[in-house]
Design a binder for this molecule. Structure first.
Ligand code: AGP
Length: 608
C-alpha cells in the first residue's frame, strides 16, 4: 500500500527520497509527493499517477533541502489526485506529514477543526493529522505529537517535518510498519526496508506508539509516556541485488525462476540434508506438544490463505489433527469458538496484513499459542507471534505472490511430516523417504521452469479468452484457487476455481463452445473422477488444458497437457503451481499489463 521515506542529513535529499520511493513502488500506489524544509519553510511537489510524473514535476520546478519526506499514496479516503496526494501541510504551512494507514474518526475530527475555522484542502483522512498538529502546535513537535496522537483512532505510520526545526525529522506509528536507520550521511525513516537498504543495514523496527526524533547523527526513541527508550537494531543480511530484476523483464518472472533455489534454501535450513532428518529445534511443536495437539486453525488472506488450505489437508491427512483454514478478515469478526488448547498458525508473506494481524491478536488475547509462517524479519506478525518459522524466499517484490507461496507450502509439508512423525503416524523410514522426495523437488521445479516455452505457447493460444475456469479435486482444488487468483491479479482476466465435482451443481451452465478450462490433475486418488469431470466440460465444447504428471493415455489423447515431473500427491502442489504462475505471467504479458504492479492492488495490505 502507501510508502513512506524520509531523510535528515548532510545531503540534498531529493534524489534520496525519489530513489527510496522507487524502491517502494512495488507496494502499489496512485500518486506521489515529496516535501522538504527549504529556506525556513515547507516546499512541496506532488503528482497524480506514476513516480515519473513527480520526477517530471520536480524537473520543471526544482526544490532542494536537507530534511525531507516522500510518499507514494494508495487511495483510501479521497480519490487519487494531486490535491489528495501526500505530503499534507497545516494551514500555516509550518509542518508537513506523510501517513500510511487510516484515521477512522477523521470525520468528527475534521468537523470539530472546521468549527474552529480550519479550512481543509483535501478529502483525505491524513490532512486531519496535519491540521491537528498545526492547531495544537506549542513550539515543540515532540510534545505536540504527545498531545495529538491520543486523539487519533485507527492506524498510522507518520513522518513529520517541522519548518521551525530544519535539522529534525519526527516519526511514529500505530498498527502500520515503520523503520528507522542511521546512514553515513544522515538518518532515515521508511515504511519498508528496500527504501533505505542502500544506506544502512542496521534497522530499528518501531513499535506501536514509539516516537523517534532523528537528526543528522543521532536517533532518539521515546515511548508513549515520553521516556527515552534504548532500542536494538536488527542487521539485514540480504542485499539490494535481491531487490533488483537481475535482467528479468519483471520481478514476477524473476521470482518464479527463483523457486528451485527457494525450495533448496528452505530445505537446507529446516532439514539436515546429510542425515535426512528434520532439524527438530526449527519446528514449532515439541514432541509433547505435537502429541497433545487436538485442533489447529490456520489463518491468512489471499495467497497465504490458499497455502493454509493445502496445510490443512496435510495436517489432517498426515498428522491426523483436526484442522481448519479460514480467511483472516472473516475470522476476526465472526466470533469464533476457540478451544483452550487450539493451536494457531498464521500465514503472511509481508507480516503486515492488517486482517491477519487482527486475527492473530484475537487468538493471542484468548491465551492461545500462535505460530507464524512469515517472510519478513522484524514485521509485526514475526514479532508478535509466539513462534516464527521464516519462509526463506528473500524479498518478494512483485505484488502477485509466487515464491513466498511455494515456501509456505514447503513449510506446511515439513510441519505436517514432523508432526505426523512425532505422533507416530510415520515411521523413521517413511519420514526419511518423504524428506528424500522433498529433496528432489528443486531439480523438478527447475525442469518445470525450463519447459516454459510450452506454457507461453498455451498462453498465446488463449490470448482472447474472456474467462477461465480452474478445476481440481482435493489439493488440486486449492491449487486451482491459487491459479485463478494469479491469473486475475496480473492479467485481469476473469477466472474462477471450482471443486471439479461441484461443476454439475451449477457452474457447468457457463460452459460453452471454446470456454477455457484448466484442470489440475495431480491427485492420483481422485484422478479417475477428475477425468470424468473433464469429459463433462469437454463434450460441452470446453477447451481443456490439464496439468498432470505421467498423464494416462485417455487424458493425453483428449486434452492439451502441461506435463510436470512425478511427485507424491502431497508434494505435487509445489510443482503444479509453477506452470500456472507462468501461464498467468504470459497471459498478462501479451495483454501488456503492468505485471509487477497490477491495478488496484498493493503488496502489503495494511488496511482492513
Ligand atoms: C498474492 O498474490 C496477493 N497479492 C495477496 O492475495 C496476498 O497473498 C495477501 O494480501 C496476503 O498477504 P500477506 O501474505 O503479506 O499477508
Amino acid at each position: 500500500m502507501c510508502g513512506i521515506v524520509g531523510y535528515v542529513g548532510r545531503e540534498d535529499c531529493i534524489a534520496l527520497l525519489l530513489k527510496g520511493l522507487e524502491r517502494l513502488e512495488y507496494r502499489g500506489y496512485d500518486s506521489a509527493g515529496v516535501a522538504v524544509i527549504e529556506d525556513g519553510g515547507i516546499s512541496l511537489r506532488k503528482a497524480k499517477g506514476r513516480l515519473a510524473n513527480l520526477q517530471e514535476e520536480i524537473g520543471v520546478n526544482p526544490l532542494k533541502g536537507f530534511t525531507g519526506i516522500g510518499h507514494t499514496r494508495w487511495a483510501t479516503h479521497g480519490e487519487p489526485s494531486f490535491i489528495n496526494a501526500h505530503p499534507h501541510v497545516d494551514i500555516h504551512g509550518r509542518l508537513a506529514i506523510v501517513h500510511n494507514g487510516i484515521i477512522e474518526n477523521y470525520f468528527s475530527l475534521r468537523k470539530s477543526l472546521e468549527q474552529k475555522g480550519i479550512r481543509f484542502a483535501s478529502q483525505t483522512d491524513t490532512e486531519v493529522i496535519a491540521q491537528l498538529l498545526g492547531f495544537y502546535y506549542d513550539g515543540d513537535m515532540l510534545t505536540t505529537l504527545y498531545r495529538v496522537l491520543p486523539m487519533l483512532e485507527g492506524s498510522f505510520a507518520l513522518g513529520v517535518l517541522d519548518a521551525a526545526c530544519p535539522d529534525k525529522l519526527y516519526c511514529t506509528r500505530k498498527g502500520n510498519p515503520l523503520i528507522v536507520g542511521q546512514g553515513e550521511t544522515g538518518s532515515f525513516i521508511a515504511s519498508d526496508i528496500p527504501a533505505i537498504l542502500e544506506y544502512t543495514r542496521d534497522i530499528y523496527f518501531m513499535d506501536d506508539y514509539d516516537i523517534a526524533v532523528l537528526s543528522r547523527d543521532t536517533i532518539r526513541f521515546y515511548d508513549e509516556m515520553g521516556n527515552e527508550l534504548r532500542k536494538e537494531s536488527t542487521h539485514i543480511d540480504w542485499d539490494m541485488e535481491a531487490a533488483e530484476k537481475d535482467g528479468y523483464a519483471h520481478f514476477m518472472l524473476k521470482e518464479i525462476h527463483q523457486q528451485p533455489k527457494v525450495i533448496q534454501d528452505t530445505l537446507n535450513h529446516y532439514v539436515n540434508m546429510e542425515t535426512m532428518e528434520i532439524r527438530r529445534e526449527t519446528m514449532p511443536f515439541s514432541p509433547e506438544q505435537a502429541k497433545a495437539l487436538t485442533k489447529v486453525t490456520l489463518l491468512g488472506c489471499g495467497t497465504a490463505y490458499h497455502a493454509g488450505l493445502v496445510g490443512k489437508s496435510l495436517l489432517e491427512n498426515l498428522a491426523k489433527i483436526r484442522t481448519t483454514a479460514d480467511v483472516a478478515s472473516e475470522y476476526r469478526y465472526r466470533e469464533p469458538l476457540i478451544d483452550k488448547d487450539e493451536a494457531f498458525i498464521v500465514i503472511s508473506q509481508s507480516g503486515e496484513t492488517a486482517d491477519t494481524i487482527a486475527a492473530m491478536r484475537l487468538a493471542k488475547a484468548n491465551g492461545n499459542r500462535v505460530v507464524a509462517l512469515c517472510n519478513v524479519i522484524g514485521s509485526t506478525i514475526a514479532r508478535e507471534a509466539d513462534t516464527v518459522m521464516y519462509t526463506l524466499a528473500g524479498p518478494e517484490i512483485a505484488v502477485a505472490s509466487t515464491k513466498a507461496y511455494v515456501a509456505q507450502l514447503l513449510l506446511f509439508e515439513l510441519i505436517a511430516l514432523d508432526t505426523a512423525h512425532q505422533r507416530g503416524y510415520l515411521s523413521d523410514e517413511q519420514m526419511k523417504e518423504a524428506l528424500q522426495a522433498l529433496a528432489r523437488l528443486p531439480e523438478k521445479a527447475d525442469a518445470v521452469i525450463q519447459a516454459k516455452e510450452k506454457i507461453q505457447y498455451f498462453a498465446s493460444q488463449s490470448s482472447n479468452c474472456k474467462s477461465v475456469f480452474f478445476i481440481g479435486r482435493l489439493l488440486d482444488y486449492y491449487l486451482a484457487m491459487e491459479a485463478a487468483l494469479k491469473l486475475k491479479e496480473v492479467s485481469y482476466i476473469h477466472s474462477e476455481s471450482y471443486a471439479a465435482g461441484e461443476l454439475k451443481h451449477g457452474t457447468i451452465a457457463l460452459i460453452e463452445e471454446g470456454t477455457l478450462v484448466v484442470a489440475m490433475a495431480t491427485q492420483h486418488k481422485v484422478l479417475g473422477k477428475l477425468i470424468s469431470n473433464i469429459e463433462e466440460v469437454r463434450v460441452r465444447g470446453a477447451k481443456v488444458i490439464a496439468v498432470a504428471a505421467n498423464p494416462p493415455q485417455m487424458l493425453s489423447e483428449s486434452v492439451a497437457i502441461l506435463e510436470i515431473p512425478e511427485a507424491p500427491d502431497a508434494m505435487a502442489p509445489l510443482l503444479a503451481i509453477i506452470p500456472m504462475q507462468l501461464f498467468a505471467y504470459y497471459m498478462a504479458l501479451q495483454k501488456g499489463c503492468d505485471i509487477d504492479k497490477p491495478r488496484n492492488l498493493a503488496k502489503s495490505v495494511t488496511v482492513e
